[in-house]
Design a protein around this ligand. Sequence first.
Ligand code: PEP
Ligand code: MN
Length: 337
Amino acid sequence: MIIVMKAKAKEDQIQAIKNRLEGLGCIVDVSQGESNCVLGLSGNISAIDISQIEARECVDKVMRVHAPYKRANRLFHPDDSMIKVDDRAIGGKELAIIAGPCAVESEEQLITIAKEVKLAGANFLRGGAYKPRTSPYSFQGLGEEGLRILLEAKKITGLPIVTEVMSVELVEKISQYADVLQIGARNMQNFDLLKEVGRCNKTILLKRGMSATIEEFLMSAEYIMAGGNENVVLCERGIRTFETYTRNTLDLSAIPVLKRLSHLPVIVDPSHATGKWWLVEPLAKAAIAVGADGLEIEVHYDPVNALCDGDQSLKPEKFRTFINSVRVIAETQDRVI
Ligand code: PEP
Ligand code: MN
């Protein structure tokens, strides 16, 4: 349940309602937006008499929320969330451009790519040190050595690091190196992992599971936020459909839908969505045109010999022209790169 206070509601009136509801066994989250204060209620809301609340002069309206997510819900938090990472923010006017190789392969490989993507306009560096591979015989990542290399690349370029965490035990270690912890599509409903990252103080990049509905996706964000970590960025990365031409099917509708339902920033990964390097640019442009707050893009200077996902990786020179053409679309949305 949501209580929207009138714009002129005073602090003591808000506190009085809060005290009364807490006395009834409700959990009350107060969210102060630019124009209104909104109270989000959970817990024992069945004890509430809505007409008694609406009778108060300082209350604008009371709404029942059928969606099971509260902290991720835009009703509870009308303004867009801006998630701060180092000296930048995801969800503001500037698009988040997270670029880098699928996997960290060597110091030379990562640092070369990091410098290239920075020069082209990326503001975050991605790279997997622990890789979720379909086959146990495929390259699994360099592990902690990969994390060390990522940190080295950050020292050189200043780009904050985005890297995947696959298990509860690794959350603490990866947090010592990375700025943003990525929860991959395969772990979107690993509830123990979601609870663990909900207790850490890093920004979480949550990727949509390949068969997850939008509501399931938002419930996974809710798990993280319920643990106390509100710094969640959603990432649409394609879903499984009957189509086999592309690796996945990019659900473009999910972007405006998620932004309507939730205040969290939404970025798009057209690399994993399509699996083909030449589809990355058109879908990235489409994603920005429908309101995405950023992109996650795989880049490699030698895709043919890449240890992971070479077929969907842009070469650095292509990444530069890619950024320039995405920038044109960004300007139509009043966004910048
Ligand atoms: C990745 O970003 O490296 C990755 C494995 O993506 P996803 O979890 O979306 O498949
Ligand atoms: Mn990949």
